[in-house]
Design a protein around this ligand. Structure first.
Ligand SMILES: [Zn+2]
Length: 148
């Protein structure tokens, strides 16, 4: 089966987040049948520091499936997950993680705490980085440039 990227959907969620005044990060959860859930950052709107795109998408997908794990599902996110989201991805038993731009400031996958390489991390997804990274970076740059 040919690989189909859902990063374009994640990028749309990131753009929508920027239009709401949120940091532009978007996430999509895909199962064998296709998209299960998609979300953008909502920390400001919800007054919730844990309302990152990945966490919201995981919650929505688990609700939709009526289960606490997402084994066999893939997560696409426009930015390298932070340590909190990486832990949530592991707890959700996500099969494959595809992310766009790397995040030297807050990332927790390829840098910083490197959550998936800890011995306490019980489930490690396959990780593919740099997917449409330029688009993700551009969105973030524009967003923060407008706020300076
Ligand atoms: Zn996060």
């Amino acid at each position: 089966m040919a690989f189909k990227s859902y990063m374009d959907v994640a990028l749309e969620e990131a753009r929508a987040a920027a239009n709401r005044g949120e940091v532009p990060v978007g996430a999509v959860i895909v199962g064998p049948e296709g998209i299960i859930a998609q979300a953008g950052n909502q920390t400001r709107e919800l007054n919730d520091p844990t309302a990152h795109a990945e966490v919201l998408a995981i919650r929505a997908a688990c609700q939709a499936l009526g289960q606490e794990r997402l084994s066999g599902c893939d997560l696409y996110v426009t930015l390298e997950p932070c340590p909190m989201c990486a832990a949530a991805i592991s707890n959700a038993r996500i099969g494959r993680l595809y992310y766009g731009a790397s995040d030297p400031k807050s990332g927790g996958v390829a840098q910083g705490p490197r959550v998936f390489s800890h011995s306490q991390c019980h489930h490690v997804p396959e990780v593919y980085d740099g997917i449409a990274a330029e688009n993700s970076e551009q969105l973030l740059k524009e967003f923060f440039a407008e706020r300076r």
